[in-house]
Unconditional design. Structure first.
Length: 300
């Protein structure tokens, strides 16, 4: 499974680190269990990282860290076989109807005008979903902390808030009981105080580098001080870029200076992950103004 190509067309992908346990049978038929972590996931599979070597085509069982939730997967790609380091594998769920992650993903076959995807939690039933939002709805969410959207579980419009969470290992391994059928991510997640949270928000992003080159991509997550994005272009740590955040071809918005602070190679892909911080630390929701970058990107 290439998490950036064919599988991404079946389902949107989330760059999200989640501790797991992996179980499989060795050559003698003995059960082996290993701590691992998912570093990106979608509705049907994931990219996982672990120290032990597996074979392509091998059946494995992924389990929540305390073992109450499990599903059968198949290894479909050995992404980084670097000797002496953790291995990365693409795994695909053997049952398309299984929702191991307990996250609702949008229908990949839909045709709509939504400009963004945000990981949200229903305040009524605590379901977690990657919901498509218009930029107007994103603005409402950012200003009020809530947005009204249909809930598949509640069967009505409900208020949704950011699912801005981290999953601390000490809480995942404390052996506490989680009822089968509950959301195992929700049961173990720890909310970050508003104003300092990092949220899984995929927004269209325009970037201009110091040489004037322009790029249209998307954020993977955002916070009040910065954001993370992926790109096939190369940006150097320390480089100052100009960004349109979010990029909207129909609106001219002010450019915001940002500094590239982190670069990470995505093994098996021609894209890289970049972390950036806003230079003026301004919560970044542009209103209206003229912009050379906006014009350049709109006419690409």
């Amino acid at each position: 499974m290439n998490t950036d190509t064919s599988d991404r067309r079946r389902s949107d992908r989330l760059l999200m680190t989640i501790p797991l346990r992996v179980e499989w049978l060795d050559a003698e038929g003995h059960a082996v269990e290993q701590a691992a972590r998912a570093i990106s996931l979608n509705r049907y599979g994931a990219r996982i990282r672990m120290p032990k070597a597996l074979d392509c085509g091998q059946a494995v069982r992924l389990m929540s860290p305390i073992g109450h939730f499990r599903a059968d997967f198949k290894v479909v790609d050995h992404i980084s076989p670097a000797e002496g380091e953790d291995h990365e594998y693409g795994v695909e769920c053997l049952n398309d109807n299984e929702n191991f992650w307990a996250i609702e993903f949008p229908d990949s076959n839909r045709v709509d005008a939504e400009d963004a995807h945000v990981l949200l939690e229903c305040r009524m039933c605590h379901s977690i979903a990657l919901l498509p939002l218009t930029l107007t709805e994103v603005a409402t969410l950012r200003s009020m902390g809530l947005v009204a959207r249909p809930c598949q579980t509640c069967l009505k419009d409900t208020p949704w808030r950011y699912a801005a969470v981290r999953v601390p290992p000490n809480r995942m391994e404390d052996g506490k009981s989680i009822e089968r059928g509950s959301n195992w991510l929700t049961a173990n997640m720890e909310f970050i105080e508003r104003g300092h949270q990092r949220v899984l928000m995929q927004l269209p992003l325009g970037v201009r580098d110091w040489q004037g080159g322009v790029d249209v991509t998307r954020t993977e997550n955002t916070s009040e001080s910065g954001f993370c994005f992926t790109s096939e272009k190369r940006y150097l740590p320390g480089e100052i870029v100009s960004v349109l955040f979010p990029f909207d071809a129909a609106t001219q918005s002010p450019e915001i200076p940002a500094r590239i602070v982190r670069e990470e190679v995505i093994e098996g892909s021609n894209r890289r992950i970049f972390g950036a911080t806003f230079e003026d630390h301004t919560p970044s929701y542009p209103v209206t103004a003229g912009s050379e970058l906006s014009s350049a990107l709109a006419h690409r």
